[in-house]
Structure formats: C-alpha cells, structure tokens
Write a protein that binds this ligand. Sequence first.
Ligand SMILES: [Zn+2]
Length: 237
Amino acid sequence: MAFVRVSSWLRSAADVVLPRRCSACGTALTGDERYVCRRCLMELPRTRFESIDFNDFEQRFAGQVPVERAVSYFYYERHSPYAAILHDIKYHGMPQLGVWMGERAAAAMAPSGCFDGVDLLVPVPLHFTKLADRGYNQSERIATGVARKLGVPVVDALKALHATTTQTHKTAQQRLAGKEGVFAVKSKHTATLAGKHILLVDDVVTTGATLMACARAIKAVPGTTLSLFTLAAAHLD
Ligand SMILES: [Zn+2]
C-alpha cells in the first residue's frame, strides 16, 4: 500500500518534470493515464468488426484463404491522430505501447466471442535484418498483450524469407503476387501448429497481402483453423 502511494507520488512528480504525452493527441497525461489519454480512448474509431458477420476484413479473405474470424480494434487513417499510436509502436521505440494496446483490444473484443476456441497466437514475423534494426517485432509485442488477456501462448512460428521493403512502390496486385511464398512455418513448430486454432496477429491490415501469405503458410500445416487479428485496419476503397 505504502509502495503504491510512493510510486504514484513519484509518477506525479515525474509528470511535472518530464510530462508523459498521449500517443495520439500529444496532451500531457495525468494520474493513472498510460500512453493514451482518457478522451482519445473514448473516441477511438473502433471498427466493431467483432460484432459484424462477414465484416469488411473477412470479405478481403473470401475465396482466398478460409478464416473463422478476422477482426481489428480500430480504424487506421494516415492523417488521423490515432495513426501516431501505430507509428509510436513501430518506429518510435515504444514496444510496451504495443503490449498495452493488445491488452486493451483483447479486453474490449473478447466478450463478443471473436477469440473463442483460439489455442495460440502467431505474430507476423519481421525479416531478421529489420528485426536487428528495430530490436523488436511490433506484431509480437501486440500479440503478447492479446495473449496475456486470453491466457494462451504466443508462438513465433513463422519466418520471413525475404525483406519486404522493396514491395512498397508496387501496386496492391503486384504485392499480392510478390508476397506469395515469402513466409514459411519454422520446421520445429509444424507439430505445435498442427490441429490448432491459430490467431495470426499483425499491427495493421491494408491490402491484406502480408496476412494472406502468412495465412497460406499456416494453412499448409494439417488440421489448422485460422483467425486474424490486427490492432488497426485501413479503410479499403
Ligand atoms: Zn489523447
């Protein structure tokens, strides 16, 4: 109890010296606010995919790879303040924000039943050269937060066979073709995945090409059932 009081006093004192900022709107955080302010959390542009049958995300996979559910926590728009959350997780060295957002997403979405029956989480992997640059895989950090709430393990079961940086200038169609076969299940994890319901996790879904390539690699393991989760979803139009 004394420790709690001292630590909250220290945090308040630290907030005066070096204010912690909301990752989305940049205002100073107060009291027990962490990473994102109360107002931004209240106004988070939720997709509510978990409550929509054959939602926009699931439609992107129709006829491509069979998935049970495909859900995202909030909408990503490039110029929205909420985009900054993803940028902080990915580029600004805030992996702990990824864990925290993953936990929040799971807590908000699990009651819908969208994660029911999931045995384990698999993050979309980073090519090892990118992993060496960044020091962490943002999708693995997000998966860790989700897994903590669901009480299931995260298994780093996929490997990226080529760096995907050269893909950015291509069209969606070229990307779809180019990402085929870029991911594979690590041989030591084939038995871990067999017969399991796997939740594949990424930070954001845009065209879905990366997720689709990963999904195909996972579905090649016998008896797997697949669901998809991303922290954010870009509007497709
Ligand atoms: Zn805010």
